[in-house]
Design a protein around this ligand. Sequence first.
Ligand code: TUI
Length: 316
Amino acid sequence: MISTVIDQELGLEFPIFQGGMAWVADASLAAGVSNAGGLGIIAAMNSNGEQLRAEIRKCKQMTDKVFGVNIMLMSPFVEEVAKVVAEEKVKVVTTGAGNPGKYMKAWTESGIKVIPVVPSVALAKMAQRNGAFAVIAEGGESGGHVGELTTMALVPQVVDAVDIPVIAAGGIADGRQVAAAFMLGAVGIQVGTRFLVAEECTISQEYKNKIIKAKDIDTVVTGKRLGHPVRSIKNSFVREYQKCEYDRSSCDDETLEQMAAGKLRIAAREGDVSNGCVLAGQVASMVKKEQPAREIIEEMFVQAEEVLGGALKWVK
Ligand code: TUI
């Protein structure tokens, strides 16, 4: 049985986090994953303070297990959601798409375990200095907002650079990849794409089908021109966006920004997976069917243990 400081300190059955996916990770998914023995995480991304508070309270009704909240630092509501997580006594906060430094003192003082997502060694060290409980080293195989380094290159470098626990993310959808993450020195994993098709995940059936039908080379990174690279599944929205992104002369930055506005919501919530933005990681093509969260987690860890075999000592 794979058990590390992550499941032990957070009171989980398995050292696995569910990614805080914008417009996806609501109380239903978070409670589903927490009830299945992992750490469910509510995404604050698309919520203001009061909407987040309502989602947190709903999650408390749906599970008595620990769950977390992800704060996307580019959110227009970041200041209010940063207060709400402390007021609601959320146990774990993960952050993404920026440096959470200015919020960390208040969060750690209110007893929150803060676990920033970091795309580099420098940010990992900064998180440690600011009192982070652990860091999530996320490689660019992941869906959504991506860093430059791959999981294979990033995780061991972060492991060597900090003394706090490291959780690996990006490109993890089955037990072989879980095992690989532990071999790189991680003591936990975060999974996004595979949980998109959890039965407890409330996104549109069209979005789930798009993941299940994806092939290995179907994801692409757009948005580098505006400094917000995002990985999603190729579709007509992405092709239009790319045309505009590459043609600086006929398309200004503001037009580009407007093209993307609201596109994740229409894919995730309205099922428009042609004109919307279907965020997903490179492992989308490994995701074959809809399953309960517990089945997903158990499958991954059973396979990881088989693969690790005698190497389990390394995981401790
Ligand atoms: O945050 C994510 N994934 C996301 S956020 C999102 S919503 C969105 N993103 C971009 C544009 C528009 C909407 C969809 N998916 N993953 C965690 C993550 N964080 N990946 C990379 C980073 C990151 C990048 C830079 C973390 C810190 C960072 O710091 C830069 C700095 O401020 O020094």
